[in-house]
Ligand binder design. Structure first.
Ligand SMILES: Cc1cc2nc3c(=O)[nH]c(=O)nc-3n(C[C@H](O)[C@H](O)[C@H](O)COP(=O)(O)OP(=O)(O)OC[C@H]3O[C@@H](n4cnc5c(N)ncnc54)[C@H](O)[C@@H]3O)c2cc1C
Length: 334
């Protein structure tokens, strides 16, 4: 099977083998069986944050398709959700129940099990705000363990799993609030809705509207959504370095010493605008969002890599800032 059929960027050659696990036992058995062989392996949920090279993947792809949402005893609304559930399906369900905590994370593609990998975030909320723990099958011990959120190294688009801890997230535990009113902390969303708190259903609708205007929801009718979402993270740099940038550079203090910059602004000011593509390439910047690289049809992983590397080189030479790709690269240089 081609990885281009399993990933939202629609690039990637064949996998040596693919197993799809629909229950926790199947998922555990599949992972343990591959680990036993010593073969390469790749866990895949919705494929919305992975770019696989054109030569494909010479190991086993383990597709996570496990289902189940369970309410546990505990304060607030404590949920255990199996890894293969759709993230946005979960948000829709919790909003429908009148629970708050993840409504601003509406419309993010992919699976629940992948959500902790880069600590998904958008419109003022992050998974780490509500994550209690994950059930994790550890590659080294072969054992299933419950890891508390505090021990996952969660940060801006980062976890210690993304940084290299090997294993499979089997399920996540979240704590939401039994309240149908949500607080809006993101100014663009507050402006769009004209309020600072609102029913969670309205926040979800507002977020979905904003996201689709930027091509940031998967929509078969929108060529700008054939992507991995934002391709680069917003760089975090030291305050002294930030002072050396042009005074108009947007920046936000993240702590006493570090400053976050806007990757989209840096790319635009480096001369790369919406819709940009390299000559002859079938891969282009989204026509709606400077931060998204899109496959306009028949593009290759190498074309994605070429554009990503070009953007990084332009921003580095103009500002001295090294942009970091957000998606996970497998067999391709980004
Ligand atoms: C249009 C669009 C908009 C997006 N908007 C956002 C956004 O606003 N905010 C945001 O944070 N992200 C966003 N993303 C990125 C992406 O949707 C998220 O990172 C999502 O969590 C990926 O889920 P997935 O199931 O598709 O993961 P995959 O792409 O299948 O996998 C991503 C990584 O996680 C690993 N992985 C997946 N499942 C497991 C598991 N169960 N156990 C262990 N490892 C696992 C994979 O091996 C891989 O390394 C967007 C993507 C698109 C296409």
């Amino acid at each position: 099977m081609l990885l281009s059929e399993l990933t939202t960027m629609r690039v990637g050659g064949p996998a040596k083998s693919v197993v799809t696990a629909t229950s926790r036992d199947e998922l555990t058995d599949a992972a343990l069986a591959v680990w036993e062989t010593g073969d390469e392996w790749l866990v895949l949920g919705g494929g919305s944050n992975v770019i696989v090279g054109d030569d494909g993947f010479g190991g086993t792809v383990i597709r996570v398709a496990t289902k189940g949402i369970e309410r546990l005893d505990g304060d607030g609304v404590l949920l255990r959700v199996e890894a293969g559930e759709s993230w946005d399906g979960l948000v829709e369900y919790t909003v429908g129940q009148g629970w708050s905590g993840i409504e601003a994370l509406s419309g993010i593609p992919g699976s629940v099990g992948a959500a902790p990998i880069q600590n998904i975030g958008a419109y003022g909320q992050e998974l780490s705000d509500v994550l209690v723990a994950v059930d994790f099958l550890d590659n080294i011990s072969g054992q299933q363990e419950r890891i508390l959120a505090a021990d996952l190294g969660l940060g801006y688009r980062m976890s210690n799993i993304k940084a290299g801890r090997q294993g499979v997230v089997l399920a996540v535990e979240l704590r939401l609030e039994e309240s149908a009113e949500g607080v809006i902390t993101y100014s663009q969303l507050a402006t769009a809705l004209g309020v600072e708190s609102a029913p969670v259903a309205d926040i979800r609708a507002g977020v979905l509207g904003l996201r689709s205007s930027k091509g940031m929801v998967l929509d078969p009718a929108d060529p700008d959504s054939v992507s991995c979402g934002s391709f680069f993270t917003n760089p975090i740099v030291g305050e002294n370095f930030a002072r050396s940038l042009p005074p108009e550079t947007p920046q936000w203090l993240v702590d006493d010493t570090d400053v976050k910059l806007s990757a989209a602004w840096l790319i635009e000011k480096a001369g790369i605008t919406k819709g940009f593509s390299l000559p002859g390439s079938r891969v282009a910047i989204s026509s709606k969002h400077t931060l998204a690289i899109t496959n306009r049809g028949g593009g290759t992983a190498e074309e994605v890599g070429e554009l990503a590397r070009y953007i990084r080189a332009m921003v580095l030479s103009r500002f001295g800032v090294s942009l970091q790709p957000e998606p996970v690269a497998v067999g391709v240089e980004l």
